[in-house]
Design a binder for this molecule. Structure first.
Ligand SMILES: [Zn+2]
Length: 616
């Protein structure tokens, strides 16, 4: 067999002050008809066409030191004139996106996803790739000193030096763009889990308790490796964490994940009990790590292979995002990082968010998955009325399915068994999951007839049977009207004084801007919608009173449902007066409690097995 020559890439942060990388791609034996190159339109894991090629600010081609004509063929493809000999394309790419999905460079730090910077030589995408990552040169124009910069990536090193600059290799283009790279100054902490080397590179943190972070993440990783019963499917794993003032996000990769979090959510020296923010961070890390199996290796057949030039439609995103969202928090309770009551609080809050989304009565879960590209990822003021989240509802469907299987098989089988079978049957064999495969497999593994459950949960907008499923596991679910607009529910039900007639509701989501209350969303069938309030309106007074620090809650505090109030608001530059008849707050705040009346010995043993989740 003839050994084909690899595609050679080099990447240099040539101008951190101007946020520009220079990237070269060399093909030793270009297509004799003229080699074409393209840049992905989207990045796997984030289902929106982002057209990364719009950040290419300069591009040219050369062969044996001579320029070669390069023609742009469409928004992300270029064609070089036919040449004999190695062809190099050089592109300068603007990088100033702080999200986990993009590329970023300034005088303090660099980060990139390969999908944003590496041109793919069409027809050569299965070739081996070698990459040289170069450091920024000397001192920057602004006086920045780059001598302390290091590189962190899970890509295989072949000749990188101690600071990580130098040579790397990937089996093909798909792998090349699946190892994000961080460069700059960062804290690095290492641990082993399941016999595999793990590392966390954290940039932007202050007074970080790295030992605690490593200890807790190790527990999460070991929980997941144990869950999938066996060896980790990667040789090393890296969490790339970027801490900022406020932010939240994560993107999964085959041997790493990029996480964006609020600085205050990371553990600091002297922190005792885990804060809510830290629990959220662990949940995010848990989520992306679970994806190393579920979506990076168990994939929908629509992504085998991915077409990075356009939308790839699948009705299964609920399985990859929803099931992952279910197990991310469950892994925290199973590994002992949070307690049972904290877990029930999280579940209660999730159920509350779902019940407060009118779009759940309009869009099914499979529709939400299919339309992710144009609906879930392209949010606007009408999104809560039109869209259901395949993450959130998907996680509640996974919960119902797991509890249903456990209940009907008297604890002999669970969703865990179905997921492990999915791993053996599809993930390990690199076989794509077809649209009906998961439902068939769930019936096969459990021996149960689940068609009516799947019909309701995936292809209808009827309410999920949460209360009976939780009840059978000794958990009481109570729905109450919200006590304030900040009341997210979740916590164990405890008395408290509530107005007898219930709190009045306007049916809006808002944000405060100084002393104005700006309406961000008007919910279907609410008081505000009936009165003609619209998204973007700035409420300046209710019954002649300006909002105070208590916001809308303060203004509606002593009102009752059925009462009419006078609302003054600005719509764009016009002052408008409207009469609004307040409505009763819906009973959409969920409280879960394990101490309910339905407590019984068998149910408690079901609950224990569920929350402990031992592999059988
Ligand atoms: Zn995810």
């Amino acid at each position: 067999m003839v050994q084909t020559s690899p595609v050679r890439y080099s990447l240099a942060p040539i101008s951190p002050e101007a946020h520009r990388y220079e990237v070269r791609c060399t093909v030793a034996d270009p297509d004799p008809r003229g080699q074409q190159f393209s840049l992905p339109a989207w990045i796997p894991g984030s289902y929106l066409v982002r057209d990364f090629a719009r950040h290419v600010v300069a591009i040219d081609a050369a062969c044996r030191g001579r320029p070669v004509a390069l023609e742009k063929l469409n928004k992300h493809t270029w064609g070089a004139a036919p040449v004999r000999g190695a062809l190099t394309v050089r592109a300068e790419i603007y990088a100033f996106d702080t999200s986990v999905r993009g590329a970023y460079l300034d005088t303090a730090r660099g980060f990139f996803n390969g999908a944003c910077v590496f041109l793919c030589p069409i027809g050569r995408e299965h070739r081996r790739c070698v990459l040289e990552i170069r450091p920024p040169r000397g001192r920057g124009r602004s006086g920045a000193n780059y001598r302390t910069w290091r590189v962190a990536t899970a890509m295989r090193r072949t000749g990188a030096g101690a600071r990580g600059f130098g040579a790397y290799a990937a089996a093909d283009y798909d792998e090349l763009i699946d190892h994000p790279v961080e460069m700059g100054e960062f804290a690095l902490v290492r641990f082993r889990a399941g016999g595999v080397a793990h590392a966390v590179a954290i940039s932007g943190a202050r007074r970080l308790d790295t030992a605690r972070l490593a200890r807790d993440l190790k527990r999460v990783c070991e929980q997941h490796i144990g869950f999938w019963s066996g060896a980790a499917p990667f040789e090393r794993y890296l969490f790339l964490v970027h801490a900022v003032e406020a932010g939240y996000g994560g993107l999964e990769h085959r041997a790493s994940s990029a996480l964006l979090c609020a600085r205050d959510n990371l553990p600091y020296a002297g922190m005792k009990a885990a804060t809510q923010g830290y629990r959220d961070f662990l949940g995010l890390a848990s989520h992306e790590y679970f994806h190393a199996w579920n979506v990076k290796r168990i994939k929908p057949s629509a992504f085998v292979p991915c077409d990075l030039g356009r939308e790839n439609y699948t009705r299964l995103l609920w399985l990859f995002e929803g099931v992952t969202s279910y197990y991310d928090d469950l892994a925290l309770v199973r590994s002992g990082l949070i307690g049972r009551d904290q877990y029930l609080e999280v579940l209660g809050r999730n159920i509350t968010s779902h019940l407060r989304t009118p779009g759940r009565t309009r869009q099914t879960l499979v529709e939400s998955s299919f339309d992710a590209w144009t609906k879930f990822y392209r949010r606007d003021e009408n999104t809560p009325n039109a869209v259901v989240s395949y993450y959130l509802k998907g996680s509640l469907v996974a919960l119902c399915l797991d509890l249903l299987i456990r209940e009907r098989t008297r604890g002999r089988k669970s969703l865990d068994d179905v997921m492990r079978a999915l791993w053996r049957r599809f993930g390990k064999r690199a076989k794509g999951v077809g649209e009906g495969d998961f439902e068939r497999l769930a019936e096969e593994v459990t021996g149960l007839g689940l068609a009516s459950f799947f019909g309701l949960a995936l292809r209808s907008t009827r309410e999920l049977p949460l209360k009976p499923r939780l009840g059978a596991h000794g958990i009481e679910m109570e729905l109450r009207a919200a006590e304030s607009s900040r009341d997210q529910g979740g916590g164990p039900a405890g008395g408290g004084s509530r107005p007898a007639a219930g709190r009045p509701s306007l049916g809006v989501r808002t944000r405060s801007e100084g002393r104005e209350i700006v309406v961000t969303h008007v919910l279907d069938d609410g008081a505000a919608q009936a009165a003609g309030i619209a998204a973007g309106d700035a409420i300046v007074a209710v019954d002649g009173m300006r909002p105070g620090p208590g916001g809308l809650d303060g203004l509606l505090d002593r009102r009752r449902p059925g009462e009419s109030v006078r609302v003054h608001l600005f719509r764009r530059d016009e002052l408008i007066e409207l009469r609004v008849v307040l409505r009763r707050s819906p009973r959409d705040t969920c409280y879960l409690s394990a101490e309910g009346k339905s407590k019984g010995r068998r149910e408690n043993s079901l609950m224990r097995r569920w929350l402990e989740g031992r592999a059988r």
